[in-house]
Design a protein around this ligand. Structure first.
Ligand code: ACO
Length: 399
């Protein structure tokens, strides 16, 4: 009989690799991408530049950034067959499911997707072959970063009975995303807000979807399979799916009567062991720095519309911090992102795909980093029953 080892539920605090892509200091509420504070990047950078930074480990020189931008623009368009796949989906398909299907379908059209055995190059001694596989993965990753906004936007059009919007190459990545999603060329303010939101969501330590992507990639599988799996992990309401639930909760309070009803709503929720969506984090035990930046933008946008929802959010934050702050539960990135996206006119169930449009950069960067020294991820589970000789009962004899 073997002794039960210590079980680390949810792998909380388990460190399995070294990554320099992004890092969180959960006690002090700090987030850096390749060592640069998120506040600096949100203020001065663009999503394109941040994607380069995450993958390459440094900021691009001017001509490198221009070349990277050109590459992204060149891969915006979707193969017609992938659009046809989306058109075959039932119109009530959740946008995250449509994105996952679209990305999976896209794989077959990528010239770099070869035979699965090629992945073994990652494990061999042939440095050149390993580098070549790694470079293939990077090219596939860049193509996915480029195509994600088009895929998400295409599904929005298709489910509304329209044709996907033709990508324009005079728009930034954020501008292209809004154009694909809404069908109109966005204002400079809308483009900047979306750019900031994409920057803020691009990477975040060893979160569940990044880990999922790495687990798949660690089998020497390909970049599309890894990213498709990561999308599945991001969809869950404990991870990327929280943002759409936040707005639902705020609207629930609004329907109950607004700010004056928050306390009653909260007491009721907590008495049933419910959770305030957009609050709490496995790593942050302080205010999420991304939430602070989005709160400012939500406040700016609320001057024009959805003012009441913003006021409800601010008050709910205040009351909730009084109640849960001592447990280290503060707003996370999702608490204000929904208000921002709502103000931009984006449908609620498209909020999580926005997260994916951003996070794909971090996924690709972390997978590439892991592939520099790949090792199959294969943990163990403790066999609680410890029965090794249960007899096989024929079907006729089973009670
Ligand atoms: N509202 C109310 N109580 C909460 C919340 C919340 N949002 N989050 C945690 N708690 C409470 C739990 O009920 C628990 O209380 P107890 O000890 O009295 O039972 C305690 O805090 C610890 O909760 P755990 O679930 O063990 O903490 P964990 O580290 O697993 O939580 C998580 C992280 C899953 C994100 C959690 O805070 C949560 O469910 N939040 C709401 C969903 C959400 O916003 N997810 C987005 C996360 S960020 C992202 O992925 C972008």
């Amino acid at each position: 009989m073997s002794q039960q080892p210590e079980i680390i539920r949810g792998m909380q605090g388990v460190v399995f690799t070294i990554s320099n892509v992004s890092a969180i200091n959960g006690q002090e509420g700090k987030l850096v991408y390749r060592g640069i504070p998120i506040e600096e990047l949100a203020e001065h950078s663009t999503f394109e530049e941040v994607s380069f930074l995450l993958m390459e480990g440094r900021l691009p020189r001017k001509e490198e950034l221009e070349a990277f931008n050109r590459m992204l623009k060149a891969h915006r368009a979707l193969p017609g067959e992938v659009v046809d796949v989306l058109k075959k989906l039932p119109s009530n398909t959740h946008p995250m499911d449509a994105l996952r299907t679209g990305v999976s379908a896209l794989a077959g059209f990528d010239p770099d997707l070869g035979d699965p055995i090629e992945g073994m190059a990652l494990m061999g001694k042939d440095e050149e072959a390993r580098k070549a596989y790694w470079e293939k993965g990077k090219r596939m990753g860049i193509r996915m970063i480029a195509a994600f906004p088009t895929l998400v936007g295409a599904w929005e059009q298709i489910r509304n009975g329209k044709q996907p919007v033709e990508p324009r190459d005079d728009l930034s990545h954020a501008g292209h995303f809004l154009h694909s999603m809404l069908g109109t060329v966005p204002s400079d303010t809308a483009t900047r807000v979306m750019d900031v939101a994409l920057i803020l969501h691009a990477a975040h330590g060893m979160n569940a979807s990044t880990f999922t992507g790495i687990v798949i990639a660690s089998t020497a599988s390909d970049m599309y399979s890894a990213i498709t799996g990561a999308i599945g992990a991001l969809k869950g309401p404990l991870h990327g799916g929280a943002n759409q639930q936040v707005l639902r909760q705020l609207r629930e309070i609004q329907e109950m009567g607004g700010v004056s009803k928050i306390q009653e709503w909260l007491d009721n929720l907590l008495s049933q062991k419910g959770r305030v969506m957009g609050f709490g984090h496995r790593v942050y035990k302080a205010y999420d720095p991304r939430a602070r930046i989005l709160k400012r933008w939500a406040g700016e946008l609320a001057k024009e519309q959805e003012k009441e929802l913003y006021e409800i959010a601010v008050k709910l934050e205040e009351i909730n911090i009084q109640k849960l702050g001592q447990k280290g539960i503060f707003p996370n990135v999702d608490f204000y992102s929904g208000l921002v996206y709502g103000a931009l006119g984006i449908p609620v169930d498209q909020f999580t795909p926005i997260f994916a449009v951003a996070r794909v950069s971090g996924w690709v960067a972390d997978i590439l980093e892991y592939w520099k020294d790949n090792r199959l991820i294969r943990p163990r589970a403790y066999y609680g029953d410890q029965v090794w000789d249960r007899p096989y009962t024929p079907v006729e004899e089973r009670g």
